[in-house]
Design a protein around this ligand. Structure first.
Ligand code: ADQ
Length: 460
């Protein structure tokens, strides 16, 4: 039977068998690897003085992880540089923040070649290879250059930017050309897929035919494959002791007020400033409702060495200080802003205690927080999800209150509407959303992708 070789920038950390400590993606990929056998390869997250390609293999939970250390220049140019300063902002439509440096592009290519050299000897003839995300776009082509004729798939976890935006990247065509080394390319939504297809056809002369794109002598299948969460696991977590204790603690501290919650990595794509401004607008427009609500925003810092992340952090501190300074009262603080990460079972309790889940990214490949919020609700008394229409999740979660996060008025109106929503309507919307979260969960996602990959005829 074919094994699966998963390749991603970071490999899920060892969790000592504690399922609740992993994210949904790690759960799904670990499950696939345990079932099919295989290896999960990636960067260890560690720095070494000089790159040697030495692999650290670890056996855990029925599969093997293989990790490699990178040297400082690789980390700076490939990870902090091209991945986080060039592709991430560009793929989230922020060309104002994207930095185009030949050094980053060169380091990205070099590091992907190093990954290819390192992982190549681990790949056996029957294995299927599944490359994850924007850190590793050229990896498939580098594996082909090293004689890998196996099935190779690629899944993009971020949006794919519109053609005109991608055209601003100096090496856009080269990068897209490398993607024709894959057999299947997966996107969360039809919109991201269409943007990719537009660039390939209109800028490069590829030919589209149904789900396939033809370019030179290659044919690649494009697949819409929206990622889900491990809904059952999350539901179980939300009924466990820690979640229950957190729920009770939050309800006590809310003291009869309605809690609105936001949970995000601290990232400029998540629309946090817009969220704060929309909430402020609600408070200003509805003075009578003020003291009945508060917003809890949980946002652990990420990518702290990148300037744009330092700027968004400073800006949010200022804005939250301003809102609290202008509106707080002796016994009421409108905004609790917390820069911490919490275990998933604690988050589940927080979600359940919240009357509103406020998810306002300006762009997001999918957004799993929206799905976790739904999975954690009390079926008898569920909260309301307010969701940006610019997330991948919005394509599936049409029963949420969908908003344009650039409009403070729309956010404000949606908060007002959610707070007044009758219980029957909340239950009706929640049921429809929960049904989708359970049906198209992370196991479904993984199966859909690997099914498409195994349908590809093997090269003769
Ligand atoms: P992210 O940008 O990280 O993922 P998201 O999909 O929301 O965004 O996933 C975040 C995960 O981190 C969630 O599971 C959430 O619970 C967890 N998390 C967030 N804040 C936390 C906190 N304070 N404490 C603990 N955990 C926290 C990228 C893409 C997304 C895409 C995913 C999966 O940007 O668009 O949905 O990959 O493909």
């Amino acid at each position: 039977m074919s094994r699966l070789i998963v390749i991603s920038n970071r490999v899920s950390a060892a969790t000592g068998g504690k399922k609740g400590a992993q994210g949904g993606l790690a759960v799904a990929l670990s499950a696939a690897l345990s079932e099919m056998g295989g290896i999960w390869f990636g960067w260890s997250g560690e720095q070494t003085d000089e790159f040697t390609g030495q692999i650290t293999m670890q056996r855990e939970g029925g599969f093997t992880t293989a990790t490699v250390d990178l040297e400082e220049q690789d980390i700076e140019e490939y990870y902090n540089g091209y991945a986080n300063r060039t592709l991430w902002p560009l793929f989230h439509y922020r060309i104002d923040l994207a930095e185009y440096e030949r050094g980053y592009a060169g380091g990205y290519q070099r590091t992907n070649e190093r990954f290819a050299d390192t992982v190549r000897p681990l790949i056996e003839d029957d294995d299927a290879v599944w490359v994850q995300d924007y850190h590793m776009i050229p990896l498939g082509a580098e594996l082909r250059n090293r004689g890998v004729h196996n099935r190779i798939g690629f899944f993009l976890h971020t949006p794919w930017p519109p053609r005109r935006l991608l055209s601003t990247l100096p090496e856009a065509k080269d990068l897209v050309e490398t993607m024709f080394a894959y057999d299947v390319i997966g996107f969360h939504t039809e919109e991201w897929l269409q943007s990719f297809s537009d660039f390939a056809t209109l800028e490069m002369g590829a030919r589209a035919e149904g789900d396939f794109l033809h370019f030179r002598n290659r044919r690649v299948r494009m697949l819409v494959c929206p990622i889900g969460i491990d809904a059952e696991e999350f539901r179980t977590l939300s009924q466990g002791d820690t979640a229950r204790q957190t729920y009770e603690q939050m309800m006590r501290s809310a003291n009869g007020r309605s809690m609105i919650v936001g949970v995000d990595r601290l990232d400029y794509s998540k629309g946090l400033e817009e969220r704060f401004l929309g909430y402020e607008r609600f408070l200003l427009e509805h003075p009578e409702e003020r003291r009945g609500v508060f917003l809890l925003q949980i946002a652990p810092p990420s990518r702290a060495s990148v300037d744009s992340y330092q700027r968004i952090r400073a800006s949010l501190e200022k804005l939250s200080g301003h809102i609290n300074g202008a509106l707080a009262d002796l016994d009421w603080v409108p905004l609790r802003y917390v820069n911490e990460g919490y275990p998933r079972d604690v988050l589940a309790g927080v979600y359940r205690a919240s009357s509103i889940g406020l998810v306002t990214p300006l762009r997001d490949g999918m957004n799993l927080v929206a799905k976790e919020y739904i999975a954690a609700q009390d079926p008898e008394d569920p909260g309301v999800l307010i969701l940006s229409r610019f997330t991948g999740a919005a394509a599936q979660m049409t029963e949420a209150i969908l908003i344009n996060p650039h409009s403070a008025e729309e956010i404000s109106d949606a908060i007002g509407r959610a707070l007044k929503m009758p219980r029957e309507e909340r239950i009706r919307r929640w049921k429809a959303l929960m049904e989708g979260v359970q049906r198209e969960d992370v196991i479904w996602w993984r199966q859909r992708f690997t099914d498409a990959l195994f349908e590809v005829p093997l090269a003769a």
